[in-house]
Ligand binder design. Structure first.
Ligand code: DLZ
Length: 159
């Protein structure tokens, strides 16, 4: 995967309703991601009352959670946050793969953009670098969410 993040454009988040599902596995790292995401969304003007956060056990549960959130809250965009770190087996890889596909499916089924904020790392050090370290993945996920919410609003008005 590239280290070159996309350029950032200024988008007002004031009108947007955002749903976030965050895993509790690797909790400290996911909490950091969640703080980064919420900070960027608030800085863009997303109102507290329009930001719904739910917690789930692990990344495997994220697709169901964003689907339920999307059905209940009529969000402009949904964000799934988790951290998967390689263990002794390929379990993390299976979950990463399944969650990635399922998150896309939820997005297409609900016609609501879903941001894949699952950090997949080979080592704890890689995960830390991306959750509170040198790489601010949380801000990137939030920025992607703002862009997709704006796109959703703009194109939906025309359909
Ligand atoms: C079981 C498991 C393992 C081994 N590792 C992780 C992980 O690194 N990150 C994560 O978010 N979740 C992990 N899980 C839990 C699964 O995502 C899921 O919660 C369980 O398999 C129950 O469905």
């Amino acid at each position: 995967m590239s280290l070159a993040a996309p350029t950032v454009s200024a988008i007002s988040g004031a009108p947007f309703r955002v749903g976030v599902a965050a895993a509790r596995y690797n909790e400290q790292l996911v909490d950091t991601l969640l703080q980064q995401v919420c900070a960027r969304l608030r800085a863009a003007g997303v109102a507290e009352r329009r930001l719904t956060v739910v917690r789930v056990p692990g990344s495997n549960e994220l697709p169901s959670a964003v689907q339920l959130l999307g059905l209940k809250e009529r969000c402009d965009v949904l964000i799934a946050l988790g951290v998967l770190i390689r263990g002794d087996t390929i379990h993390y890889e299976l979950i990463a793969d399944a969650a990635t596909h399922a998150l896309q499916r939820v997005a297409l089924d609900l016609r609501t953009p879903v941001i894949n904020g699952v950090v997949v790392a080979e080592t704890p050090a890689q995960a830390k670098a991306r959750c509170g370290g040198k790489i601010d993945r949380g801000a990137e996920f939030a920025q992607a969410a703002l862009e997709m919410a704006a796109l959703n609003r703009r194109l939906r008005k025309k359909s």
